[in-house]
Design a protein around this ligand. Structure first.
Ligand code: PYC
Length: 413
């Protein structure tokens, strides 16, 4: 490294501003406490401060910013869902994502790639048609395409998948995109911090105090803080938080694993999903193939990775792209997916006054980040559900008003 550059780097004359302050001790009281400094919690804090002027907010994080599911996904953004409720909700998220880099003045590497979900059977093709019709009806760009169109978009693909499960067609969704996941959390964190929100990392919530059916504060490993409003945005830790307030939900936790290969020259510029082969894959701006598969088929509160996952995913990837057989897998990881019976989220107020849930993300929390921030901040500020999240209340499980979204999962779970 040239000496001049090293001297510049070490000099105190040009300090690089840090992205966030590190606040000292917790204050005695906040207007709102948000549990979880992932994308969702930070987005809620950001919009509370920016849109409602509510800045006396603490975001409490047991680990570090974006270290949970925000940093443990495959960064896909899309809105080609199955139910009108889901389509409307995720479409707003896609709309917000498009402007986010400019909004933050931070490059999120938001990259529209087009998203193909393959159908290998007649019944899968009819679900794709169903989704395409719902999508088009709601103004979303989605259409069923034939084999030639897929082959043109990705000449490297073996459409017959080694003769095992030929691709018959696909649902094509032009706005499908990828973005840099950790930068999404940093952007929201920095924006919230600049507006006065405190982000306390390495601060664990140990209990939530409820008196007379109302939240009055949270216990943490750094002391008690008073607050009348607590937002839980902790994905895979949701059952631990809801237990603190004595709330029962049908949320269960299952690991969702993913991995990346060594970097390759750019060759894959679309996002490809095969529900039947349990594969989704895209190429990152660094050249790595980012890929994942179905949920681990059991309940487990853990982020351990398994060889079994990598072996089976690699086998299926090779059905699609035999020429990748010499490529190395560089890293793998797991998130803890908070699953609901109908694959729709659980959002909004709860029977405990002042306790709000942003949960039930299953396998699509990352793509919902901006719309969650917008709708949860509205709900907390106004004590009334934002209209986009009205269908996703916890009470739907008692009232038999489920929002069946399983057919929109990338892969069969
Ligand atoms: O729903 O697009 C998706 C997805 C990709 C990875 C996990 N879920």
């Amino acid at each position: 490294m040239p000496l001049g550059l090293l001297r510049f780097a070490m000099s105190k004359k040009h300090p690089e501003p840090r992205m966030f302050r590190e606040p000292d001790a917790l204050k005695a009281a906040y207007d709102v406490v948000i549990i979880g400094a992932g994308g969702h919690g930070l987005a809620c804090a950001y919009y509370l401060a920016r849109d409602y002027g509510i800045t006396n907010v603490a975001v409490l994080e047991q680990g570090y910013i974006g270290g949970g599911n925000t940093g443990r996904n495959t960064t896909i953004v899309r809105s080609n869902y199955l139910t009108p409720e889901g389509v409307r909700f995720y479409d707003e998220s896609v709309r917000l994502y498009k402007d986010l880099s400019e909004d933050f003045d931070l490059n999120l590497f938001y990259s529209e790639r087009g998203h193909f979900t393959f159908a290998h059977t007649d019944s899968a093709l009819s679900t794709m048609r169903w989704r395409a019709e719902v999508n088009k009806h709601m103004g979303i760009e989605s259409e069923v395409v034939d084999r030639d169109t897929i082959q043109q978009a990705c000449p490297e693909l073996d459409l017959d998948c080694g003769g095992h499960l030929p691709v018959m067609g696909a649902l094509y969704h032009a706005p499908g995109a990828v973005a840099r996941h950790d930068a999404v959390a940093w952007g929201y964190g920095r924006g919230a911090d600049q507006r006065g929100v405190e982000i306390h990392q390495k601060t664990r919530v140990t209990d939530i105090r409820v008196e007379g059916g109302k939240v009055v504060g949270v216990e943490t490993d750094k002391g008690f803080v008073r607050t009348g409003k607590v937002v839980s945005a902790v994905a895979g830790f949701t059952p631990r938080i809801t237990e603190m307030v004595g709330l029962r939900t049908p949320i269960t936790i299952q690991p969702l694993q993913a991995c990346v290969t060594e970097p390759l020259k750019p060759w894959l510029d679309t996002i490809l999903v095969s529900a039947t082969l349990h594969v989704y894959v895209s190429q990152s701006s660094r050249g790595e193939l980012v890929m994942g598969s179905a949920l681990d088929p059991y309940e487990l509160h853990s982020t351990r990775s398994t060889l079994d996952f990598t072996e089976s995913l690699s086998g299926h990837l090779l059905d699609m792209f035999p020429f990748l057989s010499e490529i190395k897998v560089n890293r793998q990881w797991a998130g803890m997916a908070d699953m609901t019976p109908d694959f729709a989220p659980v959002m909004g107020r709860t029977p405990i006054d002042g306790f709000y849930l942003d949960s039930g993300w299953g396998t699509w929390g990352f793509k919902a980040t901006p719309v969650c921030g917008k709708t949860m901040s509205y709900t907390v500020a106004n004590d009334r559900e934002h209209e986009l999240i009205e269908p996703f209340g916890l009470s739907r499980f008692e009232n038999y008003r489920l929002v069946g979204e399983k057919g929109a999962a990338s892969v069969g779970h």
